[in-house]
Design a protein around this ligand. Sequence first.
Ligand SMILES: [Zn+2]
Length: 193
Amino acid sequence: MLRYGVSFHEAALEDTVLVSPGGDTVDDRSLGAVAAPINITGYHIHHPIHEARPDIEAAAHVHAPYATAFSTERRLLEPINQEATQFFEDHALFDDEEVQILSADGGKRIAVALEDNSHVILANHGVLTTGKSAAEAVAWLVEMERASEVALKAQRPVRLSDEATRIARDDLVRPWSGWQIYSYLIRRHLPNG
Ligand SMILES: [Zn+2]
């Protein structure tokens, strides 16, 4: 996880903290440095998901503007544009007022809502995406933010048919898609990185 107190825009690899399944930090640099070396709420959300879904290597969750706004509508993304098709039949809704996850029990409830989907919309909170790597999870987070933006901006959207949606989804979501999207993002935003 990211070391507590480090902003995303300034985060570097050395700001990541290895956290044990029990929630302890396995990182000498954090010990004694600050009272809370990690955002414990993040642990409450992420750990139960990893426990419930060993196939998931990474989960990503931030309060991105459009996805957070969309989450207040407490519904799934409709397939109304190309980005949204990528989430068709592969995301769930955690329809709960528990926006402050005070314990791992809250994370367990999110994991239950996730079921065998890849991603979940957390009502009135934001979204959580997953992947086989951190890069994939981040890529889907950005794609879900874009799909949320379209969902909120479209005035009178007409939904794609299930058939057309599945054709688009199956062409777009491939084992390497997340990594490819992530690599575009890195080249776009960190050209010298
Ligand atoms: Zn959150």
